[in-house]
Design a protein around this ligand. Structure first.
Ligand SMILES: [Ca+2]
Length: 428
Protein backbone atom coordinates (compact mmCIF):
# COMPACT_ATOMS: atom_id res chain seq x y z
CA UNK A 1 0.00 0.00 0.00
CA UNK A 2 1.26 3.40 -0.87
CA UNK A 3 1.70 5.56 2.17
CA UNK A 4 0.60 9.07 1.30
CA UNK A 5 2.29 10.92 4.08
CA UNK A 6 2.63 14.40 2.67
CA UNK A 7 5.34 15.74 4.93
CA UNK A 8 6.37 19.16 3.80
CA UNK A 9 9.95 19.36 2.63
CA UNK A 10 10.41 22.99 3.47
CA UNK A 11 8.28 25.80 4.77
CA UNK A 12 5.21 26.23 2.63
CA UNK A 13 6.42 24.01 -0.22
CA UNK A 14 4.67 20.68 -0.63
CA UNK A 15 6.73 17.93 -2.23
CA UNK A 16 5.17 15.94 -5.02
CA UNK A 17 5.53 12.26 -4.37
CA UNK A 18 8.79 11.00 -5.84
CA UNK A 19 9.07 7.65 -7.61
CA UNK A 20 11.13 5.06 -5.77
CA UNK A 21 14.41 4.11 -7.46
CA UNK A 22 15.81 0.65 -6.69
CA UNK A 23 19.51 -0.01 -7.17
CA UNK A 24 20.80 -3.59 -6.82
CA UNK A 25 24.33 -3.67 -5.49
CA UNK A 26 25.10 -6.79 -7.54
CA UNK A 27 24.38 -4.78 -10.70
CA UNK A 28 27.41 -2.56 -10.02
CA UNK A 29 29.17 -0.80 -12.87
CA UNK A 30 32.62 -0.48 -11.35
CA UNK A 31 34.76 -1.60 -8.41
CA UNK A 32 37.89 0.37 -7.54
CA UNK A 33 40.58 -0.08 -4.89
CA UNK A 34 40.08 -3.82 -4.54
CA UNK A 35 37.66 -6.60 -5.40
CA UNK A 36 34.21 -7.83 -4.34
CA UNK A 37 32.29 -11.05 -4.72
CA UNK A 38 28.64 -11.40 -5.71
CA UNK A 39 26.88 -13.91 -3.48
CA UNK A 40 23.60 -15.77 -3.94
CA UNK A 41 21.38 -15.01 -0.97
CA UNK A 42 17.72 -16.03 -1.05
CA UNK A 43 16.90 -13.40 1.59
CA UNK A 44 18.34 -10.54 -0.48
CA UNK A 45 16.53 -8.39 -3.00
CA UNK A 46 17.07 -9.96 -6.40
CA UNK A 47 18.55 -13.02 -4.66
CA UNK A 48 22.07 -11.55 -4.64
CA UNK A 49 24.32 -9.21 -2.72
CA UNK A 50 27.87 -7.86 -2.88
CA UNK A 51 30.32 -8.92 -0.17
CA UNK A 52 33.99 -9.65 0.59
CA UNK A 53 35.24 -6.07 0.37
CA UNK A 54 37.10 -5.67 3.65
CA UNK A 55 40.03 -3.74 2.21
CA UNK A 56 40.10 -0.03 3.10
CA UNK A 57 39.29 2.16 0.15
CA UNK A 58 37.52 -0.43 -1.97
CA UNK A 59 34.53 1.28 -3.58
CA UNK A 60 31.49 -0.11 -5.39
CA UNK A 61 29.76 2.17 -7.90
CA UNK A 62 26.28 1.61 -9.35
CA UNK A 63 24.54 3.56 -12.10
CA UNK A 64 20.94 4.72 -11.84
CA UNK A 65 18.56 7.00 -13.71
CA UNK A 66 16.37 9.74 -12.26
CA UNK A 67 13.10 10.63 -14.00
CA UNK A 68 11.83 13.27 -11.60
CA UNK A 69 13.86 16.00 -9.95
CA UNK A 70 13.65 16.23 -6.18
CA UNK A 71 15.31 15.76 -2.82
CA UNK A 72 15.62 12.03 -2.27
CA UNK A 73 16.15 10.03 0.91
CA UNK A 74 18.54 7.07 0.73
CA UNK A 75 17.76 3.69 2.28
CA UNK A 76 20.35 0.89 2.22
CA UNK A 77 19.54 -2.82 2.34
CA UNK A 78 22.37 -4.85 3.88
CA UNK A 79 23.46 -7.55 6.30
CA UNK A 80 26.34 -7.26 8.75
CA UNK A 81 27.58 -9.63 11.43
CA UNK A 82 30.06 -7.18 12.92
CA UNK A 83 28.82 -4.94 15.77
CA UNK A 84 28.73 -2.30 13.03
CA UNK A 85 30.56 -1.20 9.93
CA UNK A 86 31.07 2.11 8.14
CA UNK A 87 30.86 3.31 4.57
CA UNK A 88 31.34 6.59 2.72
CA UNK A 89 28.48 7.48 0.37
CA UNK A 90 29.15 9.34 -2.87
CA UNK A 91 26.74 10.49 -5.56
CA UNK A 92 28.21 11.32 -8.96
CA UNK A 93 31.66 10.91 -7.44
CA UNK A 94 31.14 13.52 -4.72
CA UNK A 95 30.81 12.66 -1.04
CA UNK A 96 27.26 13.42 0.09
CA UNK A 97 27.44 16.04 2.89
CA UNK A 98 26.97 14.25 6.20
CA UNK A 99 27.46 10.79 4.68
CA UNK A 100 31.28 10.57 4.70
CA UNK A 101 31.22 8.09 7.59
CA UNK A 102 27.86 6.31 7.77
CA UNK A 103 27.40 3.85 10.63
CA UNK A 104 25.63 0.63 9.63
CA UNK A 105 24.59 -1.28 12.77
CA UNK A 106 24.70 -5.06 13.00
CA UNK A 107 21.70 -6.92 11.59
CA UNK A 108 22.23 -10.15 13.54
CA UNK A 109 23.96 -12.31 10.94
CA UNK A 110 25.21 -12.26 7.37
CA UNK A 111 21.85 -13.70 6.30
CA UNK A 112 19.65 -11.18 8.14
CA UNK A 113 19.07 -8.34 5.69
CA UNK A 114 17.74 -5.06 7.08
CA UNK A 115 16.90 -1.62 5.71
CA UNK A 116 18.37 1.60 7.07
CA UNK A 117 17.31 5.07 5.99
CA UNK A 118 20.42 7.23 6.31
CA UNK A 119 20.23 10.06 8.84
CA UNK A 120 20.89 13.67 7.96
CA UNK A 121 22.60 16.51 9.80
CA UNK A 122 19.33 18.01 11.13
CA UNK A 123 18.41 14.89 13.09
CA UNK A 124 16.07 13.78 10.31
CA UNK A 125 16.90 11.97 7.11
CA UNK A 126 19.63 12.83 4.64
CA UNK A 127 18.27 14.61 1.55
CA UNK A 128 20.06 14.21 -1.77
CA UNK A 129 19.01 16.66 -4.49
CA UNK A 130 18.91 14.92 -7.86
CA UNK A 131 18.16 16.23 -11.34
CA UNK A 132 16.72 14.05 -14.11
CA UNK A 133 19.29 11.97 -15.98
CA UNK A 134 22.02 9.40 -15.34
CA UNK A 135 23.80 9.32 -11.97
CA UNK A 136 26.08 7.08 -9.93
CA UNK A 137 25.98 5.90 -6.32
CA UNK A 138 29.20 4.76 -4.65
CA UNK A 139 29.77 3.04 -1.32
CA UNK A 140 33.39 3.06 -0.15
CA UNK A 141 34.90 1.04 2.69
CA UNK A 142 36.31 3.31 5.41
CA UNK A 143 36.78 0.90 8.32
CA UNK A 144 38.11 -2.37 6.85
CA UNK A 145 35.04 -4.30 7.92
CA UNK A 146 32.81 -6.44 5.78
CA UNK A 147 29.34 -5.63 4.53
CA UNK A 148 26.84 -7.72 2.58
CA UNK A 149 25.37 -4.90 0.51
CA UNK A 150 22.08 -5.89 -1.05
CA UNK A 151 20.48 -2.79 -2.53
CA UNK A 152 19.79 0.91 -2.23
CA UNK A 153 16.49 2.76 -2.48
CA UNK A 154 16.18 6.42 -3.40
CA UNK A 155 12.77 7.70 -2.43
CA UNK A 156 10.73 10.66 -1.27
CA UNK A 157 10.20 11.42 2.43
CA UNK A 158 6.60 10.19 2.17
CA UNK A 159 7.94 6.68 1.48
CA UNK A 160 8.84 4.70 4.59
CA UNK A 161 10.70 1.58 3.48
CA UNK A 162 12.31 1.56 6.92
CA UNK A 163 11.94 3.34 10.24
CA UNK A 164 12.93 6.95 9.70
CA UNK A 165 14.47 9.49 12.09
CA UNK A 166 12.44 12.71 12.19
CA UNK A 167 13.85 16.19 12.40
CA UNK A 168 12.17 18.56 14.85
CA UNK A 169 10.55 20.28 11.86
CA UNK A 170 9.14 16.99 10.56
CA UNK A 171 7.87 16.04 14.01
CA UNK A 172 6.10 19.40 14.26
CA UNK A 173 4.50 18.96 10.86
CA UNK A 174 3.31 15.49 11.81
CA UNK A 175 1.92 16.81 15.11
CA UNK A 176 0.02 19.58 13.30
CA UNK A 177 -2.04 16.88 11.58
CA UNK A 178 -3.23 15.43 14.87
CA UNK A 179 -6.13 16.52 17.09
CA UNK A 180 -5.09 19.14 19.68
CA UNK A 181 -4.92 16.70 22.62
CA UNK A 182 -2.73 14.26 20.69
CA UNK A 183 -0.53 17.09 19.42
CA UNK A 184 -0.04 18.35 22.95
CA UNK A 185 0.94 14.94 24.32
CA UNK A 186 3.36 14.36 21.44
CA UNK A 187 5.16 17.69 21.68
CA UNK A 188 4.76 18.77 25.30
CA UNK A 189 4.12 15.60 27.28
CA UNK A 190 1.17 14.93 29.56
CA UNK A 191 -0.91 17.80 30.92
CA UNK A 192 -3.03 17.96 34.03
CA UNK A 193 -6.16 16.82 32.21
CA UNK A 194 -4.44 13.68 30.92
CA UNK A 195 -4.28 10.34 32.65
CA UNK A 196 -0.59 10.15 33.41
CA UNK A 197 1.26 7.85 35.72
CA UNK A 198 4.78 6.60 35.38
CA UNK A 199 5.60 5.64 31.81
CA UNK A 200 1.99 5.77 30.66
CA UNK A 201 0.18 8.91 29.54
CA UNK A 202 -3.23 9.09 27.87
CA UNK A 203 -4.67 12.21 26.33
CA UNK A 204 -8.41 12.56 26.01
CA UNK A 205 -10.56 14.93 24.05
CA UNK A 206 -14.27 15.06 24.76
CA UNK A 207 -13.83 11.81 26.65
CA UNK A 208 -12.29 9.82 23.82
CA UNK A 209 -8.75 8.51 23.89
CA UNK A 210 -6.83 10.62 21.41
CA UNK A 211 -3.28 9.61 22.11
CA UNK A 212 -1.28 7.18 24.18
CA UNK A 213 2.34 7.25 25.13
CA UNK A 214 3.85 4.22 26.84
CA UNK A 215 7.50 4.70 27.64
CA UNK A 216 9.09 5.74 24.34
CA UNK A 217 6.30 4.64 22.00
CA UNK A 218 3.55 7.01 20.91
CA UNK A 219 0.15 6.19 19.40
CA UNK A 220 -2.41 8.69 18.22
CA UNK A 221 -5.94 8.77 16.90
CA UNK A 222 -5.76 11.08 13.90
CA UNK A 223 -9.35 12.26 14.02
CA UNK A 224 -11.84 13.57 16.47
CA UNK A 225 -14.62 11.24 17.45
CA UNK A 226 -18.10 12.71 17.72
CA UNK A 227 -20.58 11.68 20.32
CA UNK A 228 -21.88 12.35 23.79
CA UNK A 229 -18.93 11.20 25.86
CA UNK A 230 -18.06 11.32 29.53
CA UNK A 231 -15.13 10.01 31.44
CA UNK A 232 -14.04 9.59 35.02
CA UNK A 233 -10.89 8.61 36.85
CA UNK A 234 -10.54 6.14 39.71
CA UNK A 235 -7.85 4.27 41.54
CA UNK A 236 -8.16 0.64 42.57
CA UNK A 237 -5.12 -0.39 44.57
CA UNK A 238 -2.02 0.17 42.44
CA UNK A 239 -4.06 0.56 39.26
CA UNK A 240 -5.24 3.87 37.83
CA UNK A 241 -8.51 3.63 35.94
CA UNK A 242 -10.13 5.92 33.42
CA UNK A 243 -13.62 5.09 32.28
CA UNK A 244 -15.34 6.40 29.20
CA UNK A 245 -19.00 5.96 28.32
CA UNK A 246 -20.79 7.04 25.24
CA UNK A 247 -23.86 6.64 23.07
CA UNK A 248 -22.33 6.89 19.58
CA UNK A 249 -25.62 6.14 17.84
CA UNK A 250 -29.25 5.63 18.67
CA UNK A 251 -29.65 2.23 20.26
CA UNK A 252 -25.96 1.65 20.85
CA UNK A 253 -23.74 2.23 23.82
CA UNK A 254 -20.06 2.01 24.45
CA UNK A 255 -17.84 1.86 27.49
CA UNK A 256 -14.07 1.83 27.57
CA UNK A 257 -12.01 0.98 30.61
CA UNK A 258 -8.43 2.17 30.62
CA UNK A 259 -6.16 0.84 33.34
CA UNK A 260 -2.50 1.48 33.98
CA UNK A 261 0.01 0.64 36.66
CA UNK A 262 2.44 3.18 35.26
CA UNK A 263 4.39 0.84 33.00
CA UNK A 264 1.66 -1.04 31.15
CA UNK A 265 -1.65 -0.12 29.64
CA UNK A 266 -4.83 -2.13 29.49
CA UNK A 267 -7.90 -1.24 27.48
CA UNK A 268 -11.16 -3.11 27.88
CA UNK A 269 -14.17 -2.25 25.77
CA UNK A 270 -17.77 -3.14 26.39
CA UNK A 271 -20.56 -2.16 24.06
CA UNK A 272 -23.93 -2.98 22.64
CA UNK A 273 -24.93 -2.83 18.99
CA UNK A 274 -22.24 -2.45 16.36
CA UNK A 275 -19.94 -0.18 18.29
CA UNK A 276 -17.30 -1.43 20.62
CA UNK A 277 -14.58 0.97 19.55
CA UNK A 278 -14.20 4.20 17.65
CA UNK A 279 -13.62 3.61 13.97
CA UNK A 280 -16.28 0.97 13.65
CA UNK A 281 -14.00 -1.98 14.34
CA UNK A 282 -14.19 -4.38 17.18
CA UNK A 283 -11.10 -2.90 18.76
CA UNK A 284 -8.22 -0.77 17.74
CA UNK A 285 -5.12 1.09 18.69
CA UNK A 286 -4.45 3.48 15.83
CA UNK A 287 -1.23 5.10 14.80
CA UNK A 288 0.79 6.88 13.66
CA UNK A 289 3.49 5.14 15.59
CA UNK A 290 6.48 7.08 16.78
CA UNK A 291 9.27 5.73 18.96
CA UNK A 292 12.01 7.70 20.66
CA UNK A 293 15.42 6.16 20.31
CA UNK A 294 18.27 7.78 22.21
CA UNK A 295 16.01 10.76 22.71
CA UNK A 296 15.20 11.25 19.03
CA UNK A 297 11.78 10.63 17.44
CA UNK A 298 11.53 7.97 14.76
CA UNK A 299 8.58 7.37 12.48
CA UNK A 300 7.99 3.61 12.41
CA UNK A 301 7.52 2.12 8.97
CA UNK A 302 4.00 0.78 8.56
CA UNK A 303 4.63 -1.57 5.70
CA UNK A 304 6.50 -4.30 7.58
CA UNK A 305 3.88 -4.31 10.34
CA UNK A 306 1.09 -4.51 7.83
CA UNK A 307 2.80 -7.31 5.92
CA UNK A 308 3.33 -9.26 9.09
CA UNK A 309 -0.27 -8.81 10.11
CA UNK A 310 -1.71 -9.84 6.77
CA UNK A 311 0.65 -12.77 6.39
CA UNK A 312 -0.81 -14.28 9.54
CA UNK A 313 2.42 -14.12 11.51
CA UNK A 314 0.73 -11.85 14.01
CA UNK A 315 -1.98 -13.65 15.86
CA UNK A 316 -2.56 -12.09 19.25
CA UNK A 317 0.55 -10.11 20.04
CA UNK A 318 2.52 -7.46 18.19
CA UNK A 319 5.91 -6.28 19.44
CA UNK A 320 6.56 -2.58 18.91
CA UNK A 321 10.07 -1.74 20.00
CA UNK A 322 10.35 -3.23 23.48
CA UNK A 323 6.61 -3.13 24.08
CA UNK A 324 4.05 -5.77 23.20
CA UNK A 325 0.48 -5.12 22.11
CA UNK A 326 -1.64 -8.16 22.82
CA UNK A 327 -5.36 -8.74 22.56
CA UNK A 328 -7.88 -11.36 23.55
CA UNK A 329 -8.50 -12.54 19.98
CA UNK A 330 -6.84 -12.50 16.59
CA UNK A 331 -5.75 -9.10 15.35
CA UNK A 332 -6.04 -7.64 11.91
CA UNK A 333 -4.31 -4.50 10.78
CA UNK A 334 -5.01 -2.01 8.05
CA UNK A 335 -3.35 1.22 7.05
CA UNK A 336 -6.02 3.90 6.75
CA UNK A 337 -5.12 6.67 4.32
CA UNK A 338 -7.32 9.46 5.62
CA UNK A 339 -6.87 12.17 6.63
CA UNK A 340 -3.28 11.07 7.20
CA UNK A 341 -2.00 7.50 7.14
CA UNK A 342 -2.46 5.56 10.32
CA UNK A 343 -2.35 1.96 11.35
CA UNK A 344 -5.54 0.53 12.80
CA UNK A 345 -5.31 -2.71 14.74
CA UNK A 346 -8.56 -4.50 15.35
CA UNK A 347 -9.68 -7.64 17.05
CA UNK A 348 -12.92 -9.44 17.55
CA UNK A 349 -14.82 -9.04 20.80
CA UNK A 350 -16.26 -11.84 22.83
CA UNK A 351 -20.04 -11.78 22.56
CA UNK A 352 -22.63 -12.69 25.11
CA UNK A 353 -26.12 -11.75 24.05
CA UNK A 354 -26.13 -8.04 23.30
CA UNK A 355 -22.95 -7.39 25.25
CA UNK A 356 -19.60 -7.38 23.50
CA UNK A 357 -16.26 -7.23 25.25
CA UNK A 358 -12.72 -6.95 24.04
CA UNK A 359 -9.49 -6.43 25.91
CA UNK A 360 -6.10 -5.28 24.72
CA UNK A 361 -2.86 -4.66 26.53
CA UNK A 362 0.23 -2.61 25.79
CA UNK A 363 3.32 -3.40 27.79
CA UNK A 364 5.11 -6.38 29.23
CA UNK A 365 2.70 -7.01 32.11
CA UNK A 366 0.34 -5.42 34.53
CA UNK A 367 1.29 -5.60 38.14
CA UNK A 368 0.30 -9.00 39.53
CA UNK A 369 -2.76 -9.23 41.71
CA UNK A 370 -6.49 -9.26 41.20
CA UNK A 371 -8.62 -6.21 41.07
CA UNK A 372 -12.28 -5.81 40.34
CA UNK A 373 -14.58 -3.28 38.80
CA UNK A 374 -18.27 -3.32 38.32
CA UNK A 375 -20.11 -2.67 35.07
CA UNK A 376 -23.57 -1.20 35.57
CA UNK A 377 -25.98 -1.23 32.67
CA UNK A 378 -28.76 1.31 32.92
CA UNK A 379 -31.01 1.55 29.90
CA UNK A 380 -28.77 1.98 26.88
CA UNK A 381 -25.87 3.30 28.95
CA UNK A 382 -23.06 1.22 30.38
CA UNK A 383 -21.06 2.54 33.28
CA UNK A 384 -17.85 0.91 34.42
CA UNK A 385 -16.90 1.95 37.90
CA UNK A 386 -15.27 0.72 41.04
CA UNK A 387 -17.39 -2.06 42.48
CA UNK A 388 -17.03 -0.45 45.90
CA UNK A 389 -19.21 2.43 44.67
CA UNK A 390 -22.23 0.25 43.87
CA UNK A 391 -22.41 -2.89 45.97
CA UNK A 392 -24.09 -5.74 44.10
CA UNK A 393 -26.77 -6.08 46.76
CA UNK A 394 -27.70 -2.41 46.40
CA UNK A 395 -27.77 -2.69 42.62
CA UNK A 396 -30.13 -5.66 42.89
CA UNK A 397 -32.34 -3.79 45.35
CA UNK A 398 -32.80 -0.93 42.89
CA UNK A 399 -33.16 -3.30 39.95
CA UNK A 400 -29.98 -2.12 38.24
CA UNK A 401 -28.50 -4.85 36.05
CA UNK A 402 -24.86 -5.25 36.96
CA UNK A 403 -21.80 -6.95 35.62
CA UNK A 404 -18.80 -7.69 37.74
CA UNK A 405 -15.61 -7.50 35.70
CA UNK A 406 -12.59 -9.14 37.23
CA UNK A 407 -9.35 -8.32 35.45
CA UNK A 408 -6.49 -10.51 36.64
CA UNK A 409 -2.83 -9.72 36.67
CA UNK A 410 -2.33 -11.74 33.47
CA UNK A 411 -5.08 -9.61 31.88
CA UNK A 412 -7.54 -12.43 31.54
CA UNK A 413 -11.03 -11.24 32.41
CA UNK A 414 -14.18 -12.72 33.79
CA UNK A 415 -17.51 -10.95 33.38
CA UNK A 416 -20.34 -12.18 35.55
CA UNK A 417 -23.86 -10.88 35.04
CA UNK A 418 -26.31 -10.49 37.86
CA UNK A 419 -28.14 -13.50 36.39
CA UNK A 420 -25.06 -15.58 37.14
CA UNK A 421 -23.98 -15.83 33.50
CA UNK A 422 -20.21 -15.86 33.17
CA UNK A 423 -18.18 -14.68 30.21
CA UNK A 424 -14.47 -15.58 30.15
CA UNK A 425 -11.92 -13.57 28.20
CA UNK A 426 -8.59 -15.37 28.00
CA UNK A 427 -5.38 -13.49 28.63
CA UNK A 428 -4.07 -11.84 25.49
CA1 LIG B 1 20.40 -7.36 -4.27
Amino acid sequence: MTILLAILLSAGVACAQLPQITIEAEGYAEVTGGTVRVLDRAEASGGKCVSYWEEPGVAVTCRFDVAQAGEYCLTLGYACNWPHTRREVRVDGQVVPGLADVLLPATGSWADFAMLTLPGPDGGRARIPLEPGAHTLTLANVDSRGLAWDCALLHGPEDLPADAPLSNEELGELADRLPPAARRLLLEGPAEEDLAWGDVALAFSRGMTQALRVSDVFFAVPREWQGDLQWERHRVGPIALATVRAVPEEGHSLAILVATNGTSYLMAMAGTGEHTMAGGGAGGLPGPLIAWRKGRPWRLALRPIEDRLTSGEIARALPIDDLVLSVNDYMTGVVVDEPMPWLSLRWAPTVNGDLKLAVGKVGPALEPGDWTVGVRVGGEAIVIRSSRDVPPALARFYGIPQFEVRVRGDVSMTVTTDNGETLELPAP
